[in-house]
Design a protein. Sequence first.
Length: 414
Amino acid sequence: MINRGLRYKLSPSSEQEALFRQFAGVCRLVYNLALEQRRDWWRQYNSETGRHFNYASQCRELTRLRAEYDWIAAVTQTCQQQALRDLDKAFSNFLRGRSRYPTPRKKGINDAFRFQGREVEVEKVSAKWSAVRLPKIGWVKFRDTRPLRGAVKNVTVSLDALGWHASFACEIEHFAPANTCPPVGIDRGVANTLALSTGERMSVPASLQAIERRQRVAQRTLARRKKGSARRLRQLQRCARLAARRARIRRDWQHKAALDISRSFGCVVLEDLNIRNMTASARGTIEEPGRMVRQKSGLNRSILNQGWFGFETILAYKLDERGGRLLKVSPAFTSQTCSECGAVESQSRESQAAFVCQHCGFRAHADHNAAINILRRNTASMRMEEGHKPPGEVRTGREFPLPENPQAEAGGGC
Ligand SMILES: [Zn+2]
């Protein structure tokens, strides 16, 4: 069994859109009221009843609230229960130290509500259109951009800068086939987003940079607009639309690149990069200001623009589906090591793109050379040759958290 989320753009009528806003508003209110209850009233509740707030007790409170106010009862109860479930999850994450204390949901940011899978129905309308029946809202059309697979567990309707969307969480019956494709090493960089050990190079589309430039201009315009004015609000929406488009273009590329790679290779070796440490600000403190702060912030922006982490997550599940594996190795000195003779020499990196070994004279594209090293590092023999201690266990895919890696800053990661 595998879980997949499939997202579609909805095209609701104006009445349906009004209902969407009402549903999102009421669910947000229920969430915020329940948060307030847990935050401010738990002591009183505990002394009166001897119990603590949890999902079940807050569901009973919800039933009382629904009996009192018609406009709250007008929204499907299961949606409101899902909001309470989200809050319960947020609290258990907080108590286990996985996240911060839950914060109230805000209008314009958290405009979403969720139905359970058994409440909804999906039907094909034409070759390009389908419709989903949502309780108390009715049939809503959406562009059927890809087939819906498996059993629908739940449906989330949410609003972003590009409109209303429905995400179907599906559970799909799946048996991974035996994978006999060859292995590959991938070096992630800024000039070339991905360099494969086969010599192939892949980069994020140029339109991404163009849209980033437009976004920066739009941000500057926004800064000039008077707070609270209608023109500022319009400009804010313009900025949000550009940001959403940029994210969509990047995600689209990540999916395409990951699909290509997962189809042609069985085992993919990546560097174990700590992206948060790599993109830390060089600002420093007032007593000890950092150097080259602007340059570092520019590099950080380019690193983050490549979307390395998102790519890794997408690639991991695509490989998983095809019986492939994602392995991660230490990134130290991969770009300074010669893939022919194994000599480590910082002088060998002649320029950003060229690698010329100071010992054997081997010439290659720097990223290609690094990708070969990454692939080799997965086998024990090369680790000994390079004089590195073997990096302990090898981590795969998403089931493990990204480990702390103090070498990422100093090493030849990118
Ligand atoms: Zn060499």
